[in-house]
Ligand binder design. Sequence first.
Ligand SMILES: Nc1ncnc2c1ncn2[C@@H]1O[C@H](COP(=O)(O)OP(=O)(O)OP(=O)(O)O)[C@@H](O)[C@H]1O
Ligand SMILES: [Mg+2]
Length: 501
Amino acid sequence: MEDGRKFVATVKGLTKSYGATSVLKGVDFSLARGEIHALLGGNGAGKSTMIRIITGLAGKDGGDIEFRDAADNPLSDTEGRSKVAVVHQELALLPHLTVAENIVLPRFPNGLRLFDRKRSWRQAHDALAIIDREFAGTSLHELVGDLSLHQGQMVEIARALSSGAELILLDEPTANLTALETERLFSVLRRLTRENGLAIVFVSHRMKEIRQIADVCTIIRDGRTVVDRAPTRSLSDTAIIEKMGQITARHAEGVGAAHPVPRSAAAFADDTLVIRDADVEITLAAGMILGVAGAPVGPQSLISALVGAAKARRWTVARAGWPQAFTSPRQAARSGLGFVTGDRAHKGILGNLPIIDNVMASRRILRHSVFTSGRERAKCLDLVEALKIKAASIWDLPDTLSGGTQQKLLLARWLGLSSRLLVLEEPTRGVDIGTKKEIYQLIRQMAASGTIIVWWSTENAELLEVCDRVVAFDTEGRCAGVIEKQDLSEDALANMTGMAA
Ligand SMILES: Nc1ncnc2c1ncn2[C@@H]1O[C@H](COP(=O)(O)OP(=O)(O)OP(=O)(O)O)[C@@H](O)[C@H]1O
Ligand SMILES: [Mg+2]
């Protein structure tokens, strides 16, 4: 037993197949009390599948899962699982119940009939206040169905943290959080492990976070454990990416070479886009990449105006031949607007159409055709390869794909097209580290060919890496200013967005 600490859960030789696809081929994974354990692997490696099996949401084919109590006695599966809480990658909240009800519900397995309302509400409030005091003060009685993705994520985390569980599995909990909320979450996690001896499993595709929070890591690749309980410090970034199987020949020779720059966009070379509200005016020349930073309220109002989704009350968008609002997605696409939504589950993925239809959707609109051709299949396969989309066939439905793989489908829709303006809402949410680099490169190439890119991200490291300038919003949603490339830094972003810890 390591450091005298007892393992709370041990997974040995876990196997799982879906039809002909073998997802887990003998995974080992063990968790000790008092540790924050990063579970790492590329998109589709099997992380969420294993988490679903540990919590009992999915069955296993073979292998063993064992839970032990503080005195090292084995627990039955039911007993063990009652000590496990989980934050799922795609939110699993009940939309017709309130925030407070969602948070306390797991503690009332027989429903909400017999419980101390006042006390429970207070518990829900306190759990939420850990991450965002103001949100806790205003949201308890709101219906979860009315919340944004970002607020839903906070409710889901609060529910897990306040569950009294001894093992908490967090499947990409920070994907919808801002830098400040992530900081707060991390300090709670540290406290829970140090003071209360909880074990925490943390899944993330953000290298910086992994290094900040996880003492130990396990890496899985193609359904097998390739690194078993290594101290995170002992592995370099490159070693981690390599172990995940993400350094390919193309990385080695520089990704750029493989993707020719589309030519037609050069027609927009003299094109500028001016966006303004009462306080700022931002002029974007063809080929610029504008980052958007800050808590979601501000970025979302700017993006709504840009994509013409709502009547743009605050922002005006001025450009030759560009309408203030679009009457349909078709009109938007044909005017040269590309848009990757941040809400892939509800607004992005076409759940009942196969991968090829998802990937080709915007190309079909642009060429006025819904028919599949041999050429289209070839293009789809190219994109699948470029983004390492992990699927058995392009005719599979997207709901069998991993979270990050679904995200890649949304991006593929617009990559390589000669849009005049491409608006991206958290385009790399859940995308694995290796592919992220590749995506940055592909988007830069689109910019180089004249497309103006507007890129909202809550991952500051990403904005620093890809943007020419960044417009920052404060936590109230007001525009706090524009930072030019030479002045961009983590600190500058943190200060401007009001997210300095
Ligand atoms: N119900 C299902 N039917 C068929 N295949 C499935 C099903 N659920 C998962 N898979 C497959 O299992 C593999 C692992 O998926 P999983 O969601 O566990 O990956 P992951 O490591 O969590 O990836 P990500 O980082 O993208 O979230 C994928 O190839 C996926 O397509
Ligand atoms: Mg997953």
